[in-house]
Design a protein around this ligand. Structure first.
Ligand code: GLC
Length: 481
């Protein structure tokens, strides 16, 4: 029988607005809302962190259990938040001692938690143990990234989850740079499984959660078609698997949650878009100009994680070199992460005080005002599986300047070919500075600048089309062959 209203369990480690570190949270917080309009019943399952959202909303306890380890047991509880709250059912797995911490991945020194193997495995086991107690509750698992990458293997080959062994699994790769690699000693944390199959866990002498998910899932997607093209050629040692599994892989571009990102009603903006886009930009820019000496200059922004992947190091050098020669622009930088990059950003702001402001912070509200008030967004990512910031910025009339890679090349073709922004081919100071010069030239040509702004705000970036494509993929997996 064809399942026409599939019930999907999405497993992930973050979900906006409950807990957010990066773009995966935006995706998992938005896609389910759009899926419900495509005849799918989605639920999201995530760990219960020590964050206010979990206490502030009404919830019910639906299951209690124990995970058996060689020398200990870990209790867990399954807590349900009704669909009325977020637009879809949210299930929180409460694992006392493991996830009841205020930060999702990093300890107070900015380092990954040392007990990550135990945390991730316990989370995945608790979901499967509970679901196995009522297998009919969901038809299909949709896992996201390596934190839930062992579930496809465990569903198929662990003896404890027999009720789930025939369920289909869909897997989304948001970022293949992170693999969830565990030493073989972590085997003792896994439930008993058919050891003839242990090769499906292994890659390059370790348990590799991502590699295992690629082999054991029925269908896999990357978050853009551009990224899908790159992985078989460059994926830090996983190239062979990407080539070998390519028959079950597709690229589905992320979208923007139009309920959250609406220039006419955004809850974080003091000035909403009414009739005039130019007025909207001007008013929001004024709100950002306090720290700059000359508020009439074009404003470039960067928002994001301070990580090597994001090209922040080269961007900071490019801004420095540009300002040594020409003081014709302002730069506002918002982000946090790598301590050395945080220091470099603050140093740049000290050196060029009148033209650079660097805020080491994660600040959702300010980021919205920045997208609304800026002229240009810099996105020099070395690797970008999709990238959402360039889409948020276009929605709010800020012209993106991007490295031609992954999802950035899908969403921001260069203006020289009638595209949506400025694109450059390598993450070097030369290319970034050249791109900034092109941006400044565009800014001087106000009619061209205004018409580009208008054009990018009218592009359809919503989740509608991609949500439909996900729903179709679920249905195909659930239909009898
Ligand atoms: C990861 C990727 C980013 C993508 C996001 C959501 O954070 O690095 O490119 O947009 O996931 O899929």
């Amino acid at each position: 029988m064809t399942q026409t209203t599939p019930r999907i369990l999405m497993a992930c480690s973050e979900c906006y607005p409950v807990a957010k570190v990066g773009g995966m949270a935006d995706v998992v917080g938005a896609l389910p809302k759009y899926l419900t309009r495509c005849g799918v019943i989605p639920s999201v399952v995530m760990p219960r962190y020590d964050l206010p959202w979990f206490y502030d909303h009404e919830h019910e306890l639906i299951h209690e259990g124990y995970l058996q380890y060689p020398h200990t047991v870990h209790p867990f509880r399954v807590i349900r938040y009704a669909p009325e709250i977020l637009g879809f059912e949210l299930i929180a797995i409460d694992l006392p001692g493991l996830f009841d911490r205020p930060s999702v991945y990093l300890d107070s020194n900015g380092e990954g938690y040392r007990d990550e193997p135990l945390r991730n495995i316990s989370f995945q086991r608790a979901i499967l143990q509970w679901w196995n107690s009522e297998p009919d509750r969901y038809d299909l698992l949709h896992s996201h990234d390596h934190m839930t990458g062992l579930m496809p293997f465990l569903m198929r080959h662990a003896y404890a989850y027999k009720g789930l062994s025939a369920k289909s699994v869909f897997f989304t790769i948001h970022n293949a740079l992170h693999r969830g690699r565990l030493s073989w000693s972590a085997m003792s944390l896994l439930p008993h499984f058919d050891t003839w199959q242990s090769g499906l866990l292994e890659w390059d002498d370790a348990i590799d959660s991502l590699a295992s998910a690629l082999r054991c899932s029925d269908k896999i997607n990357t978050v853009s078609p551009g990224y899908l093209e790159e992985l078989p050629a460059t994926s830090q040692g996983l190239e062979w698997i990407f080539q070998h599994e390519s028959h079950k892989m597709i690229g589905l571009l992320n979208g923007v949650d139009y309920e959250v990102w609406d220039p006419a009603s955004d809850k974080y903006l003091a000035y909403h878009m009414k009739k005039s886009l130019e007025q909207f930009k001007k008013k929001n820019k004024e709100a950002l100009m306090e720290s700059f000496e000359n508020p009439d200059l074009p404003l470039f922004i960067f928002i994001g994680r301070f990580a090597h992947q994001k090209g922040v190091d080269v961007m900071l050098r490019s801004i420095h070199e540009h300002l040594l020669v020409r003081q014709d622009a302002n730069f506002l930088i918002l982000g946090s992460g790598d301590k050395d990059l945080e220091y470099q950003a603050q140093n740049l702001a000290h050196t060029h005080g009148a033209h650079v402001s660097a805020l080491v912070d994660y600040n959702e509200e300010l980021s919205h005002i920045m997208y609304a008030g800026a002229d240009f967004l810099l996105m020099p990512s070395r690797v970008e599986p999709c990238g959402l910031n360039q889409m948020f910025s276009m929605r709010y009339g800020t012209v993106p300047i991007v490295h031609h890679t992954g999802g950035l090349k899908d969403t921001v073709p260069d203006i020289s070919v009638g595209g949506n922004g400025i694109s450059f081919t390598s993450v070097t100071t030369g290319d970034i500075m050249h791109a900034m010069h092109r941006a400044l030239e565009l800014y001087r040509d106000q009619p061209a600048m205004k018409s580009l702004r208008k054009k990018i705000t009218s592009i359809n970036l919503s989740w509608d089309a991609s949500a439909e494509a996900y729903a179709e993929e679920y249905r195909l997996l659930l239909s009898p062959t």
